[in-house]
Design a protein around this ligand. Structure first.
Ligand code: CO
Length: 209
């Protein structure tokens, strides 16, 4: 199929509906992007950033990858964080994982996944780092969900360690880094209570993870 007509039809109806509610919406958006939030989430199709928190286009700057990882050699993710912090001056960076994450499951299922195994290696490192806690749980969904939570906390720490976030705190900018997890089963977000708002708090997160 050369054209996905259904999606273009849906797009027309969506744009028309927004314009009906707010005739200047797209004009305003085309002139300025000023989101307060950067969302770093999983690519999973069930975890769309804007919809989950019921915000409109223009309100969240988004980066997504498999298992919501923040890797210090990933130029894509680092560029997004830099732009969000230095150009957009977002006030909040949200790392949002989700229960039942296929990436997290694939990292520990002992199967081979090709290229992706190299990406998932970061999650295996997290498992190893927390193996004393994780190994007290029997294999199963609860253990995987605990690893999903630990992964979010580790990524919050990774965000805090980026030079852009450190510099923002140095110059006294308001910048809060949050760790959340989403339950695909009921649509509810949970705050993992690892919010970091300055250098000192980032060290206390280090002690948690
Ligand atoms: Co996922």
């Amino acid at each position: 199929m050369r054209t996905l007509k259904t999606l273009f039809d849906r797009n027309s109806r969506w744009a028309a509906a927004i314009k009906e509610r707010d005739p200047d919406f797209f004009l305003r958006l085309s002139n300025q992007q000023a989101p307060e939030y950067l969302w770093i989430g999983c690519s999973d199709s069930r975890v769309p950033a804007t919809e989950i928190v019921d915000l409109l286009p223009g309100e969240i700057f988004v980066h997504r990858n498999i298992a919501n990882l923040v890797v210090h050699s990933d130029l894509n993710c680092l560029s997004v964080i830099q732009f969000a912090v230095e150009a957009l001056k977002v006030k909040h960076i949200i790392v949002c994982g989700h229960y039942g994450c296929g990436g997290v499951r694939a990292a520990v299922d002992k199967e081979s996944h090709g290229l992706m195994d190299n990406w998932l290696q970061y999650i295996r490192d997290i498992y190893r780092h927390h193996s004393a806690l994780l190994d007290t749980h029997p294999d199963g969904p609860a253990k995987l969900n605990l690893l999903c939570e630990l992964n979010v906390m580790e990524q919050v720490w990774n965000v805090c360690r980026t030079s852009f976030v450190q510099s923002a705190w140095d110059r006294g900018a308001e910048l809060n880094v949050h760790g959340w997890i989403y339950d695909v089963g009921d649509g509810i977000l949970k705050d993992l209570d690892v919010t970091v708002t300055n250098h000192a708090e980032s060290m206390s997160i280090r002690r948690k993870v």
